[in-house]
Structure formats: C-alpha cells, structure tokens
Design a protein around this ligand. Structure first.
Ligand code: GTP
Ligand code: SPV
Ligand code: MN
Length: 606
C-alpha cells in the first residue's frame, strides 16, 4: 500500500508546486481517449480529419519553435559531471532543480493536470517498467495512450513491480484568469529543460510539447533513465528496431537494428521483401530492451506500444505497411492538410495538390518556396494497427536475438554490409558508427561524419565510455558462439554523381537474407581487413535492374579511405576522454594493422 501513498503524496506535492485548476487521473479507456480528443477539438487545438478518408484521426500543429527534440536543452543531472561524460549536457542536480522549480511554480495555472500511469514493456515481462507522467498537455495524454500501455491496469501492476519512474511535464504556459489559450502552448527555447536525474530515476521536462521532449516514456524513460538502470542491473536499453524475418521454408529469426534518428528504423521494421517467399514482420520500430537469459543468449522486448514515425517520405511505394497502419485512429503532427481534410506531406503518393493548408496553418500552393509539411512531421498510432505485427510483439519472455545491425548515412567508405569478426569487434563497429551530415542541414559541415555510437549519442544517460564498456561486459558474460553477430549496413552509399547506389527499402531484404543465411552458416563471405563481406553472388540481386559490377562497387573496401577512417576514429575516441575501453583501442589497432598489411601485399604484387 505504501506505494500508492508515495504516488499520491508525489502527485499532491507536484500539484501544489504547479497549481493546476484540476487533477485528472487517466483510466486509459477508449471512451476517455475520445473525450480528451473532443475537448482538444473544442479548444481549437486539434482538427478532426475527414471521417471518410481518415476515420478517428486528428491533426495538430505545433508552434514553429517547438518542432523536434532539443538536444542542447537536454540535461543529465548526475551528482558528478564525470558520470554524464563528454557527450551530455550536465548540470548540478540541486542547481537544476532550483531553476526548474521556479519555472514550475504556478506553471499549470488555468490548466488540467493529467496523471498518466503507463507501462513500458509487456505486462509480466521481467524488464517492464512503470512510469507515472504528470502533464498539463491533453495532446501528450492522447499520444501516451497510443504509445504505451496506459491506464488502470498499470496501477494494479504497481503492486507487483513495486516502483515507478516519476515524470513531471509542463508545457510552461500558465494562463491568467480569462486569458485565451494558444493553439500549441510552449515556452521559449531558453526556458526549455528536458532534465534527467539518474540517481533518483526522475524526469522533469519543461517548456516543450513535442515528441521525445514531452512523451516521457520514450527517449527519457525507455532510453536515458533505462540505460542507467540497465548498466546497474546488467541489461541493455537501445535505440533499435526489432523485426521478425521468415524464410520460404517457414523458419524465423529476430533481428535488431540501431540506426540514428531518421535513418530508416521504421522503414526496415515494416519492410516488404522484394525476394519471393520471404516475410518481414514488426516487433518494434524505435527502442529495444535486451537481457541475457541463463542460456547465454540475448532476448529483446519492445518497451513501446505504438509508433511515433516520420511522416515525410512515407508512401505506399516506400512503406506501404506504415501507410496501412495510419489509415485510421491516428494523430498527425505538423503535416499539411488537403482541401478535403486529409493529410499530405512531401513524398506521399500521388500528384502534388494545387492547394493545401501547410503545417503553419497558412495557404500553400506549389509556387510557395517552403515545404507544406514540416520535415519532422510525425504520425502517432497504436502498434496494433500495423498489418504485419508479429505475434510475439508483446510476449513477456521477449524474442531471441539472432543478429544486430548498426548503420547510418555514409555516402562513401562503408560497404553495403560487413560482418563483425567477434563480439568486441562488433562493439567497435557500433562505437564508430555515424552519419554524414547532408547538404540539407549544416552547409559548412557537408561530408563530415557525426559519430553516433550505436545511434545512442543523444540517449545515453551516463558516460559514453562506460556505456561502451557495458556492451563489452554484456558479451563477456556469454561466449562468442551464443552471441549474435553484429552487421554494419549502409543503404546510403553514393556514386560520383551523388546518386544512391543501392535501391534500399524493400530491397534491403536481399541483405537481410544474406544475414539470415550467415546465422545458419549457409551463406558465404570473404575475410577482409574490416570484417566479413559477402562473396561475389552471395547477395541475391535477381530481378533488380542492377549489374554485378555495381554490387561489387557497393561491397568494395577502399583501403585508402579506410586508412583515413581509422585516423578519424582514433581522433574521435580522443574527444571522448580516457574512459574509452582498452578493448576498443585494441580493435582499432588490429584493424589498422590489417589495413597496412593488405597495402604492403598489394604493393608487392605490383
Ligand atoms: P526516428 O523515428 O527519427 O528514430 O527515425 P527512423 O530511424 O525510424 O527513420 P525512418 O524509417 O522514419 O526513415 C527516415 C528517412 O529515411 C525517410 O525519409 C526514409 O524515406 C529514408 N529511408 C529509409 N530507408 C531507406 C533506404 O533503404 N534507402 C534510402 N535511400 N532511404 C531510406
Ligand atoms: C528520434 O528522434 O529518434 C525519434 C523521434 O524517434 S522523438 O520521439 O521525438 O525522439
Ligand atoms: Mn528514434
């Protein structure tokens, strides 16, 4: 009973601080969800979409200053700055609490405080965690209903699990008596704080209503706080999709993939194979929690229960399963609206409409220079609407992991796929992964690699060096034969003309097939300086308008570029300080030796 007392005491204490007009405990029912949405429509914060085209669906438009995660306002407030490490913003926890308390003081005036009990992970799974989020945003409450297991059942489960992760969220826009609300209340950037107190398992978020800043179960709990718990309890919290792949004989495996934000996790998780007889089904599209069972093997669960996916670029051609998932009962944020009240974004199927309402709620015609939808426009939908949802998606015992993919956008150097030589070598591959900054973002940085270890750079709740050490420690608990192999994939290699050399999307199944068969020991590979590469003909390109020479180029290991790569990785490791594990320097040294040896051999031949 004490837990309920603790919960009530905390809710009361936060209510005294934030001074909401009303406290509302969410029960998680469908009726409640509909009521919350209706209220948002009445308040002119949402527009219902055409029930014939997009039944049960709503569109929201954010303030133009509140459109994505704010990494420079995200803090890891550990007592010792060295625990946050060189890749996180750090603030002293007492100091940060003082600053934030003064912001929270009366911040919910004129608003309702929703109390949201939610569960990350399937009911009954050893890793599942309960979170309680307090928020003054109805939009956030609705999104949490789609993204998590939320409601009364979770409070019951509290008796079994025994603890919860508290999360306080306010959009930071109190209303004075009689003040009319704005469509998307939020606070200016300098008042935004996404704060994590890892020693207390506590999350405080202020000033933003968007995505990972505000839906506290996702990046704050399931990644940043979870990474700290995972380190202490010997499990792993990762920014990974989970897919199930079945071969024509009906044999299935589960594969994980760590790619940075907007680098293709949702797409791969729902892929429609272009090779006959193969099937891919979805377990998760963004986050995986892994643990090792007594058999020495890794198992994974998806802590989430919905998708918060990038809408832009999503079409029946690129990701038909995502398009089918969002046919109904979906929340859209920052998309454009057609004249018949449906959604639209750049890259969706069909011709460009002559007239739209853009994400800023202004008239839009094709002559306009700006995009109609925001580049980070998103859909929120329950995972249950995914037409290729794997039966195992919420089984408490998790799924057995056969292979782990890592990858990002690399126009050069990194081949289409290469396989690790060992667990430690695989961890090395993950530690050095990154994405090339494209012309669309920061123009003076084009071509430069932003390293993003295991796609976790903005999501590790402690020191990156300790995080990489944890990966090595997890491997050391088992033996090589039982651990999944790690594969570095790169769908984004470009030719001299700047065109993608690999068709990607559904064709990525051809690479998955090779990986599947490697796990079974039936696919062939050549040993190179950087790892195992598919032998000629090992990747099935039947039916692709692609020559074998093009595939050779995609799989090429350019030794000169790799010598540069090794230098660049060494320089990167230096920036991370002295906690980078010695084992990773060993892998780097070995890779360099192999590259040099190969060069000498080549010169001898000449
Ligand atoms: P977050 O939700 O931000 O974590 O992103 P994500 O990793 O789930 O990325 P998502 O699948 O939404 O893809 C982002 C972008 O990458 C979209 O614009 C896709 O069209 C593009 N993309 C995905 N897969 C491929 C591919 O195989 N080839 C190419 N060229 N582009 C791809
Ligand atoms: C990401 O940025 O990796 C996302 C979107 O998945 S958000 O939930 O906003 O973090
Ligand atoms: Mn993500």
């Amino acid at each position: 009973m004490i837990r309920y007392d603790q919960l009530n005491a905390w809710v009361q204490e936060m209510a005294v601080l934030c001074e909401p007009d009303e406290i509302y405990w969410c029960d998680g029912t469908e009726e409640e969800y509909q009521k919350m949405l209706e209220e948002l429509v009445m308040q002119k914060k949402a527009i219902p979409l055409n029930p014939l085209k997009r039944p049960g669906s709503y569109a929201f438009f954010s303030d133009p200053s509140d459109v994505a995660r704010v990494e420079n306002r995200t803090f890891i407030a550990s007592k010792d700055p060295n625990d946050a490490g060189p890749t996180n913003n750090w603030m002293d926890p007492d100091e940060l609490k003082k600053v934030m308390k003064s912001l929270y003081k009366g911040s919910m005036k004129g608003r309702k405080m929703y109390v949201i009990p939610y569960m990350m992970g399937p009911f009954g799974s050893p890793l599942s965690k309960i979170g309680i989020q307090l928020t003054d945003s109805g939009y956030v409450a609705c999104n949490m209903r789609l993204m998590t297991h939320m409601g009364r059942d979770v409070l019951k489960e509290l008796e079994t699990i025994g603890s919860f992760v508290p999360g306080l969220h306010s959009v930071g826009y109190p209303l004075k008596d009689g003040q009319i609300d704005v469509m998307w209340p939020s606070a200016p950037i300098e008042k935004k704080f996404i704060a994590h107190f890892p020693e207390e398992n506590l999350i405080w978020s202020y000033g933003s209503g968007y995505g990972g800043n505000a839906l506290l179960g996702k990046k704050c709990l399931a990644l940043r706080i979870a990474t700290v718990l995972a380190r202490d309890e010997m499990w792993m919290a990762e920014h990974m999709l989970i897919l199930k792949i079945t071969n024509p004989e009906g044999k299935s495996k589960f594969i994980l993939g760590a790619f940075p934000s907007a680098c293709g996790k949702t797409n791969l998780a729902m892929l429609v194979p272009t090779i006959p007889g193969w099937k891919v089904e979805t377990v998760g599209d963004d986050i995986a929690w892994l643990w090792m069972k007594d058999d020495g093997r890794l198992y994974a669960i998806n802590p989430e229960a919905g998708f918060f996916g990038v809408a832009r670029g999503t079409s029946f051609e690129s990701n038909s399963n995502a398009m089918m998932s969002i046919r109904k009962n979906t929340i859209f944020t920052n998309v454009a609206i057609t004249d018949d009240q449906d959604v639209w974004w750049e890259g969706i199927d069909g011709p460009i409409p002559n007239h739209l309402m853009d994400w800023k709620c202004e008239d839009w015609t094709p002559e306009k220079k700006t995009t109609a939808a925001h580049p980070n426009c998103r859909f929120t939908v329950s995972i249950k609407q995914c037409p290729v949802l794997a039966d195992e998606w919420d089984q408490p015992e998790g799924v057995l992991v056969s292979a782990i993919l890592v990858g990002g956008r690399r126009p050069t150097t990194i081949p289409l796929v290469h396989e690790s030589l060992s667990w430690n070598h695989g961890v090395f591959m993950g530690s050095m992964m990154g994405s090339e900054i494209t012309a669309a973002t920061i123009s003076d940085q084009i071509g430069k690699v932003r390293r993003d270890p295991f796609a976790m750079l903005p999501f590790i709740g402690y020191h990156v060096g300790d995080y990489l050490k944890h990966w090595l420690d997890m491997g050391a608990r088992s033996n090589e034969a039982l651990l999944p192999k790690i594969y570095y994939v790169n769908w984004f290699r470009k030719d001299d003309g700047g065109h993608y050399m690999w068709p990607g999307f559904g064709h990525n199944s051809r690479v998955l097939k090779w990986i599947f068969e490697r796990c079974d020991g039936t696919a062939t590979a050549d040993l190179t300086s950087i790892g195992y590469i598919p032998t000629k003909d090992a990747i099935d390109i039947r039916g692709l308008p692609m020559q074998h020479e093009a595939l050779d180029k995609l799989l090429e290991v350019d030794h000169d570029l790799w010598v540069e790569e090794v230098k660049s990785i060494r320089a990167y490791y230096k920036t991370l300080g002295d906690k980078i594990p010695r084992e990773l320097y060993d892998e780097l040294d070995k890779c360099e030796l192999r590259l040099n040896y190969h060069k000498e051999q080549e010169q001898e031949v000449k």
